[in-house]
Design a binder for this molecule. Sequence first.
Ligand SMILES: *Cc1c(COP(=O)(O)O)cnc(C)c1O
Length: 487
Amino acid sequence: MKKRLNHTLDPSDWDALRTQGHRMLDDIFDYMQYLRERPVWQPAPQEVRDRFREPLPAKPTDIDAIHQAFMQDVLPYSVGNAHPGFMGWVQGGGTPVGMLAEMLAAGLNANVGGRDQIPLEVERQVLRWVRELFRFPESASGLFVTGTSMANLIGVLVARTSALGTGVRKTGLLADGTRLTAYASAAAHSCVKQAMDLSGLGQDALRSIPFNEHGEIDVAALESAIAADRSKGFKPFLIVGTAGTVDCGAIDNLTILADVAQREDLWFHIDGAYGALAVMAPDVAPRLAGIERADSIAFDFHKWAQVQYDAGFILVRDGQMHYDTFASPAAYLQRETRGLAANSPWPCDFGPDLSRGFRALKTWFAIKAYGVERLGKVISGNCALARYLGDRITTEPMLELLAPISLNIVCFGFRSADADRVNNNIVIALQESGIAAPSTTVINGRLAIRVALFNHRTTVDDVDALLRATLDFGHAETTGTSHKEHE
Ligand SMILES: *Cc1c(COP(=O)(O)O)cnc(C)c1O
């Protein structure tokens, strides 16, 4: 009888599972250690895709078989952002330490929405470090979220509460009738526009301000847009500055934006998805001057700080305003001064999520294990590598730089009469070769090969290999010979 009431999912043979677990750990360590020997990316054959069309399993499958399926059909076919040759998009490489921390967090299975538990203290510890990094006051609040897309949305919502008061949470925007407008550079990430949409303010309420030849927001245009809106009866409420644009790595002039926001009495939010954490790199930090004056900063630990996905963060100067934007009373969330309902306020009071994973643990591990200096050196190193690539491009007659190198993103092209088509094909050929994975973007109407150096594993050799292959594929494209002949 008692036995029939036992439905646990734990194994009957823990030792066997332990052995299996060690094998899995070894396999994934091997993956990380010998990553360089693999292609950055390879397209998955149809038969592999087809293996993910099984009917819903009613009966158990042996875990060793599932692990083998993972090794064979999943592991070789990811995007490859952990690989040193991955240069396509703004993505971090992850670290072995972060991987181990993720495993520990999974074992604990903590729900970090609230309650009296030390995992909340770990998250608060990271918040204290973040305040220190950005020189924010102790009253500033912060929260781990999925990524900067969510962090930007939270920034917009707190700014809205600041402009309209907490009443808007109950009545909605229509009841208030105020027509709020926000401002960001045309080079801002598309998720800023999405945040306006999701918050109910609407995409049209975001004014897209032109940027200058360095990719930084045009401040004169910003000021006249604000003035024009005021004269038409709109209520400007928010400026979004970008610290590190996706296209070419530009940093808006944050000090001037802080001045404008102060003078105009607007909320100053910074999308620092990858660039904000460059405050850890002494040679880049001065370019972020003014970031300490923001009302809120959105950024990702999973990009330049190499923490495992996902680990976004929102930091808000006015912790009370942040709390007032999200906190809601509910009987089952009743707070006490003792017992499991103590330790208020909880993370769930600062964002839309109630159940939350323990993102703080891998971040706490990474910051402790590597220290800010070493993490900063990765950032400085990626920027130095970008300058090296820029120098090589300028001395190479067949190549041309298509945008100034601001940080760690290099946009360039292979010279040809039919440059857009040729460069597009070069990028596809590079990706399919497994040598390197850059992406494309459009700069001043021209298609550019875009190299974004975010991976701590990328070296001069990887950049040299990229250049060599780019030239080979470029010549093959323009002379009509096949790639293979040039390998
Ligand atoms: C990556 C990025 C985002 C989006 O962040 P996610 O973590 O992918 O949600 C927003 N803004 C900028 C500048 C980015 O680089």
